[in-house]
Design a protein around this ligand. Sequence first.
Ligand code: SF4
Length: 515
Amino acid sequence: MATKKVYIETVGCQMNVLDSELVVGALRRDGYEITDTTADADVLLFNTCSVREHAEEKVYSALGRVGPLKRARPETVVGVLGCMAQKDQELIRKRAPFVDLVVGTGQLARVPELVEAVRRTRQPQYALSLGRTDAGRHEVEASFVSFDPARDATMRPTPFQAFVRVQIGCDKFCTYCVVPTTRGPEQSRPPEHILAEVRQLVDQGCKEVTLIGQTVNSYEFAHGDGRRTPLSALLAAMHDVPGLDRIKFVTNFPKDMTDDLLAAVRDLPKVMKYLHVPAQSGCDDVLKRMKRLYTAGEYVETLARCRELVPGVAVSSDFIVGFCGETEASFEKTMDLVRAARFKNSFIYKYSERPGTKAAERYPDDVPDGVKKRRNNDLLLVQNANSLADHRAQIGTTVEVLVEGPSKRELGKQTHGPQAAGFGVMQLTGRAMTDHIVVFDGTARLTGRTIRVRVEDASSFTLYGRVPTGEHVGGAAAVAVIPDADEAPAYPSPLDFGPPSEATLPGKRIGLPVV
Ligand code: SF4
């Protein structure tokens, strides 16, 4: 019997990227192979994001493109997974009536079983979790399964890096955000499950784990006997796992940044000295309408505490521009915050009204799109200048880099010859312990290793370095810096952001991102 093939497109944050990895891993255990073309796929899956209208429309366009294929080959199973599925099942049925499978974020573990049900019965299958007000909290929680089965290293862009979910859902209810609806109540996974998963990943060759949760620093597992495990204790336990080199966690809710967590970041050498702490706005009135639960002054205090308790920590942030009622004066306060805060980088997005959110109910989306665009650009200019200053301050230092592989520029070049075989010198990319992207020359055989790189130049996005002469660079002599090469792998943005960006994933093993 011919092997069945699955094609998957992923939009959204790191949580979606992980979900896609797990769904494909489960289907592979059922005998499926991954394909990166729709033409030969038996199952076409779209793992979706509801955080911005743009991301949703991209999915409907993609569905529009597979419509003719489905008509020509009706046995092909077409599925919509994730946030849009949980939020808009009726609309999906209306706009793409040929869809066979609608599976919410909390039911993804059932995808293989549901695909088989479609193939067997030729009937559409729907699997959704309960809405936040459909039942009591316990029942609603139980309808969201965290879905963390055995990990499959071949499903990840690199075998030495992996996301690990420590928490699902969110209870913050920022007024612009759909996540508390689409991903349900906040629930922390038991530490022993997480540690077992990390050990399994290390056995598969994983060296760096990124712990993910919508507000990861509010992670706290109640054991039921009075004991509680906060994120700081989880990090300490994970730090003892032999073979694990690096631990990162995203993303943080400013108000939940505790001193014990910051002390853990400072004191545990394997924990990366990097914190993503989304501010969203520098104006108290806007923050109040967003229901972010802190003022700009409190955010600045949190930032100062991070830097005081973790010397040398790199901090990045998120901002939404053009939120309801954001005046020029409000926006100027955000500009002031970004000017003063010296973030390593910021993810900046234009506000996109989402039906069903409190913001959509309460406040008119009254900032014209042209103004949002201009504010986005203005803020980006300020941030880029700060990023450049932050990066230039690293020139002359030596950083420890986990080598992720050839840079994007290198990947665009020919795939034959000594480079492809891993012997020739090429441009490589990796991340420092502060999460800075570092580009340097070496051989592909360095991929997956941690090496020292001396920083010699910088742009707003990238540090350019050289492996110090005399150190092993995979059989090749250290070579000159190429300062115009501003290429690094594209990454999904962090999670705590009403609008997390569209994910891009290095490599094609779980299909291509749509946006
Ligand atoms: S923006 Fe983040 S903290 Fe706020 S509701 Fe959404 S996921 Fe939760």
